[in-house]
Unconditional design. Sequence first.
Length: 79
Amino acid sequence: MTTLKPETPASSVCSHTPTCPSVDASARDAAHVIAAHPEQGWSLLCNGIVLFEDFGELLPSGESCAARWHDLLMASPHR
């Protein structure tokens, strides 16, 4: 039986300046988009997070996170 190991987080090889926020950072959604599929409603961020159009997230560990609407609204300059 083969044991699957999680891939190295993308943030460890991030070449952006400044470096993209890590998965554990509160601003983790601010990482650069490296693959966008708007027709399917998701984008892959540089730190390995899959961000869905409703702002729900799938973390590299496989954990899913519900949308953080309140946090995002408070951070928006257009609120």
